[in-house]
Ligand binder design. Structure first.
Ligand SMILES: NC(=O)C1=CN([C@@H]2O[C@H](COP(=O)(O)OP(=O)(O)OC[C@H]3O[C@@H](n4cnc5c(N)ncnc54)[C@H](O)[C@@H]3O)[C@@H](O)[C@H]2O)C=CC1
Ligand SMILES: CCCCCC(=O)/C=C/C=C\C/C=C\C/C=C\CCCC(=O)O
Length: 416
């Protein structure tokens, strides 16, 4: 079942109704400028057996899927082999495979573009077609039976976005075509981030509002501002958090109460059974929400609370009726300002500093941008209820690790 879009008779796209019934997702990529005109793109046409068609060497790492076998085919044997070697080093030899194949030869395509991993993959018929406006243009259908959530055009509300992980996630979401209203108590940093992001993604798409998540009224107004701005909030990321063992009430107010209020606002707004259009609520916990660490017991307690709260909602049997998904993220260590700790903030700063130093030396501590890439993969991979993801250090990708419980925990996702 195929149709050709008006004005582009050479393109044959699968009919979406059939695609949904078969649990197969199809992607059509229409590069127009930078990447497509890059000389390497022209020289190295790629036909990936997954959902994008950019040359891998130019792709941000987060765009490459992991785990279940991407098959690349190139016409040129030597270039294909070099790319395979480069990608296998990064993603493992089972994950990326090169086959020489001319996609204009349908026999070759069917026979060669089959993963040796067998039955989970099927050969795809890819169409290779010169786009009249730019460089070679092609599309391929996905080898994977995953349900990809399109982020393009989604309205996002995110707390604690002026810097660090929140800023990283904001920028990553914008780069996927989301429109983000992010808030923070840090006005100067918030405005500076807003100015930078607006330059890149447009003034209507990246919006900063000053807001303290511990102030229920302010939080409600700021959430409402996002709804007004975007028409609806589809994704709510409760990320704001602090670490200070000397400030019991404040830490609980920000990390737990503020996050729960943010989740409640989002749930009420998104619920399909109450007129909303559904959505995803993402709460930022920590690896310290899953295990004890003696340096900051109060902080750890709040992060356990976040896991408990979010996973309890994730277990609600009415989630599909409400159209709301719950995600809890548990990073290990990400290079941000939260690391700039003073003596009164933790139990044993001298010892903790040694650990932090070691994490840096061992390259276990990751950049916020790398973390954000994996976050995007988690968001796009929409069939992942009950799955734990881990993020391989500084590789910016996640790997499905373990089904926790079929109807249980949504997505703790750990940077280990
Ligand atoms: N960096 C790391 O290694 C890890 C961080 N996390 C969590 O990630 C989240 C983000 O932290 P980072 O980016 O690392 O730290 P960060 O300190 O750079 O960012 C936190 C942001 O939240 C904002 N914020 C704090 N209190 C607020 C309030 N009352 N209202 C609104 N905004 C407020 C801060 O101003 C800041 O911009 C936090 O929830 C943190 O607990 C979790 C595990 C590891
Ligand atoms: C290992 C606890 C991680 C908690 C991460 C977190 O939510 C916030 C951390 C803020 C500052 C310190 C950052 C990282 C290092 C922390 C602990 C190192 C301990 C390593 C270990 O014992 O495995």
């Amino acid at each position: 079942a195929v149709f050709s879009p008006p004005g582009n008779p050479g393109l044959r796209l699968p009919h979406s109704v059939f695609a949904a019934a078969m649990h197969v997702s199809f992607t059509c990529v229409a590069p127009q400028s930078v990447d497509s005109l890059h000389p390497r793109w022209v020289e190295r046409p790629v036909n990936r057996g997954s959902c994008n068609c950019h040359p891998p060497a130019l792709l941000p790492r987060g765009h490459l899927h992991s785990g279940t076998g991407d098959v690349l085919c190139f016409v040129q044997q030597d270039r294909g082999k070099a790319t395979e070697a480069e990608l296998q080093k990064r993603y493992g030899s089972d994950d990326v495979i090169f086959r020489q194949c001319d996609v204009t030869d349908s026999k070759q395509l069917e026979v060669r573009v089959v993963s040796p991993q067998g039955p989970t993959h099927v050969a795809v018929r890819a169409l290779y077609h010169a786009h009249p406006l730019s460089a070679p243009f092609k599309y391929s259908s996905s080898l994977r039976a995953t349900n990809v959530m399109a982020l393009q055009g989604k309205g996002v509300f995110l707390t604690g976005g002026a810097r660090g992980i929140g800023r990283g996630m904001t920028e990553a979401l914008l780069s996927k075509g989301c429109r983000v209203l992010f808030c923070d108590v840090l006005v100067e940093a918030g405005k500076a981030t807003e100015a930078e992001l607006q330059k890149k993604y447009g003034a209507d798409n990246a919006i900063f509002r000053q807001c303290d998540v511990t102030d229920a009224e302010q939080l409600k107004e700021t959430f409402q501002a996002a709804v007004t701005q975007f028409g609806a909030v589809d994704i709510c990321v409760n990320n704001a958090g602090i670490l200070h063992e000397g400030m019991l009430d404040k830490v609980i107010d920000v990390n737990v109460t503020g996050l729960i209020r943010g989740s409640q606002l989002a749930l009420e707004h998104m619920r399909r059974d109450r007129g909303g259009r559904g959505g995803v609520i993402v709460n930022v916990s920590s690896i310290g929400g899953l295990a004890p660490f003696y340096y900051f017991p109060i902080y750890i307690a709040t992060k356990h609370a976040i896991v408990g709260y979010t996973t309890s909602w994730a277990k609600n049997p009415r989630n599909s009726e409400m159209g709301v998904k719950w995600r809890v993220i548990c990073p290990h260590s990400v290079k941000t300002d939260i690391l700039n700790l003073t003596d009164d903030q933790v139990v044993d700063l001298t010892d903790l500093r040694k650990h932090i130093q070691k994490l840096k030396e061992d390259k276990i501590m990751i950049e916020a941008s790398v973390f954000a890439e994996a976050f995007i993969q988690m968001m796009e991979d929409h069939d992942n209820d009950g799955v734990i993801f881990d993020v391989k250090t500084n590789e910016g990708r996640y790997r499905r690790r373990q089904i926790v419980d079929a109807d249980g925990v949504s997505n703790p996702f750990m940077c280990d």
